[in-house]
Design a protein around this ligand. Structure first.
Ligand SMILES: Nc1nc2c([nH]c(=O)n2[C@@H]2O[C@H](COP(=O)(O)OP(=O)(O)OP(=O)(O)O)[C@@H](O)[C@H]2O)c(=O)[nH]1
Length: 157
């Protein structure tokens, strides 16, 4: 994936805003545990790569609104916009697009998971066992490693 550039020079291009949901399980003491990855559906770029669910903002939508819509469309679950916690932002320059990813932590949702785009889902901890992961997912795994004091690989290449 050497053609993927992190934190690129913009060269006048407008990045596509993407809302990304990092769904995390918490124990009774509030400690963060497993997080959810989903595989990209067939027919999309990077089909079969594992990522955090989400998608592009539509006109007039906030990050939180786009995330609520995408999680419902893709996974069949409902979240409250007010409960979305903005976490980090990262820019990625892919061959197919320049994207600004808005990563949000989500700790509460309602409904049963339904893979509405025939994708797969996997609850994971570090190191992530599913592969391959999308390049844009790797920084998130590094942030988790820092937060959790995890040493060693974050995923399997
Ligand atoms: N959902 C998601 N997208 C990511 C992540 N990391 C990352 O670089 N991306 C990039 O962000 C963009 C999101 O586009 P998408 O194709 O998932 O969005 P979408 O559901 O609105 O797609 P559509 O264009 O088919 O309607 C893609 O270029 C994807 O490669 C991630 O963790 N989750």
């Amino acid at each position: 994936m050497s053609e993927v550039v992190r934190a690129p020079a913009l060269q006048g291009r407008t990045p596509v805003a993407v809302a990304v949901g990092v769904l995390i399980e918490r124990d009774a003491a509030g400690r963060e545990g497993r997080f959810l990855l989903t595989s990209r559906p067939q027919g999309k770029v990077y089909a079969g790569h594992w990522e955090f669910p989400g998608g592009k903002l539509e006109a007039g939508e906030s990050v939180e609104e786009a995330l609520r819509r995408e999680l419902h469309e893709e996974l069949g679950i409902d979240i409250d916009v007010a409960a979305v916690q903005r976490w980090k932002e990262e820019m990625f320059d892919y061959p197919h697009a320049l994207v600004r990813l808005h990563f949000c932590k989500v700790f509460a949702w309602r409904g049963e998971f339904e893979m509405r785009e025939a994708q797969q889902m996997a609850w994971q901890t570090l190191p992530v066992q599913v592969r391959p992961v999308l390049p844009g997912t790797i920084p998130v795994l590094e942030w988790f490693a820092q937060e959790r004091g995890h040493a060693g690989p974050t995923h399997i290449d």
